[in-house]
Design a protein around this ligand. Structure first.
Ligand SMILES: Cc1ncc(COP(=O)(O)O)c(C=O)c1O
Length: 431
């Protein structure tokens, strides 16, 4: 078989998969270890045909896949890998760029800077910020807090009790202490309770992981400015909503941040992984990360994006973002975000109208926290039954100490019919 024939078979597999993914059980129906037990424990001595790899993908691996591409994947923050992004990943792998210096990949370096500028324009972020791509928001936050430590000399990272666990992990890694500030009744950081003693940074969240709450960034920015503390905004999920002007209320104060992270792989229709990190203080990132040994020295008058984060070798991630931005345009992105919000609103309305059910937190974007008015144990058992049905996959969190179910819309293939099917399946499982 040639590359072309294998490639056609792989592309055919991908197209067929996307056509039928809505019919597959969303949550993988396997036990831990089951997949490994079906695969040889040692690698082959002799090379095998690629067709065998495709066959095993179908027959052995697929039952162990949880289908993030399913239109009824509603867990965590559901996302999408759209077709232009999938194809761009193939092309990026074909080029196999390793963009640690400008000269090792001028295209990857300059397209990354350009796509970050484009995305900043689409999201209404300030002009002139420096942007680059990390693999995940976790690493973006590590990079931002390393820059903050460099810039301020502080020893403490301040965030709310609702901030993502990646903040505490980043602080731990950087030898910083985490100080959690209480939240108000809508799960927003209570700015009056901020204690910035010895602080290097405050991490404010726009769109918290549990309830999508939006911290009061303007008040936090005031406090940071007064104390000389770095403000990092974690908008990993909700930042994509800023492509719609009517959702930019949630951007208030973000123009005063020192750094902002938005995951294009969460709600900006870009395949995993693509985390966008902007900063007004690129020099602090260079101070934290730039080490130039002799073998990396060049006379090029161009920046290397490896000076802004932990990784030296960097993937050509901007190619998929560029492909998505070009193929969808501002209008396409807005239409998808608006549809997800419409569907979440609809679902929220059904919960409110159904006796014996409650919406457990304000719904601001495309995720709904809800529960039946039974016990925590019964809600937990309900979640297990719903997910075991294979019809949909939802996740959970705790709100005010209570176990709540969480349905997040983020897949571009999700239709009103999928959301209706999900609600019917949830009600059925609760009876
Ligand atoms: C608000 C927030 N920040 C950060 C993260 C971490 O993202 P990543 O998986 O890209 O590290 C998440 C993940 O869901 C999140 O919800």
């Amino acid at each position: 078989m040639t590359f072309r024939e294998d490639g056609q078979a792989a592309l055919e597999w991908a197209a067929r998969y996307l056509e039928r993914v809505g019919e597959l059980p969303v949550l993988a129906r396997v036990h831990p270890g089951e997949l490994r037990s079906r695969l040889p424990p040692s690698p082959p001595e002799r090379g095998e045909p690629f067709a065998d790899v495709l066959r095993d993908l179908d027959e052995v691996l697929l039952p162990a896949v949880t289908h993030w591409q399913s239109p009824r994947f509603f867990a965590y923050f559901a996302n999408s890998a759209p077709e232009p992004g999938i194809l761009a990943e193939l092309l990026a792998a074909t080029l196999n760029s390793v963009a640690f210096l400008w000269r090792t990949s001028p295209a990857a370096t300059e397209l990354e800077a350009l796509t970050l500028d484009w995305t900043a324009q689409l999201l209404g972020l300030p002009e002139g910020w420096h942007g680059h791509i990390e693999d995940s928001a976790s690493v973006s936050t590590i990079a931002a807090l390393a820059a903050a430590r460099e810039a301020t000399g502080g020893r403490v990272v301040v965030c709310s009790g609702e901030a993502h666990s990646s903040v505490e992990r980043a602080a731990r890694l950087l030898g910083l202490e985490t100080r959690k500030t209480p939240v108000d009744e809508e799960f927003r950081l209570d700015a009056r309770a901020l204690d910035l003693t010895d602080a290097a940074a405050v991490v404010a969240t726009v769109g918290t992981t549990s309830t999508t709450a939006v911290d009061p960034v303007p008040a936090i920015a005031d406090a940071c400015a007064q104390a000389g503390v770095w403000l990092h905004v974690d908008a990993a999920y909700a930042g994509s909503a800023w492509v719609c002007p009517e959702l930019r209320w949630s951007q208030a104060g973000v123009d005063r941040a020192d750094s902002v992270v938005v995951n294009a792989h969460k709600w900006l229709f870009t395949p995993m992984d693509c985390s966008l990190l902007w900063s007004r203080k690129p020099e602090a990132f260079r101070a934290a990360f730039s080490v130039v040994p002799e073998y990396l020295r060049t006379g090029d008058e161009a920046e290397s994006l490896s000076d802004y984060g932990p990784a030296l070798g960097r993937r050509f991630r901007s190619l998929k973002l560029w492909a998505v931005l070009r193929c969808y345009g501002r209008e396409g992105l807005q239409a998808r975000i608006r549809e997800h919000i419409r569907l979440a609103e609809l679902f929220e309305g059904w919960i409110r109208d159904e006796p014996g059910w409650e919406v457990s937190a304000p719904r601001l974007f495309s995720a709904v926290c809800f529960r039946s008015d039974a016990s925590d144990e019964e809600n937990e058992a309900l979640l297990e039954r719903v997910n075991a049905s294979g019809e949909l996959f939802i996740s959970h969190t705790r709100v005010n100490g209570r176990y709540v179910l969480r349905l997040a819309i983020g897949n571009e293939r999700t239709t009103e019919d999928d959301v209706r099917r999900a609600w019917e399946a949830i009600k059925r499982a609760s009876r």
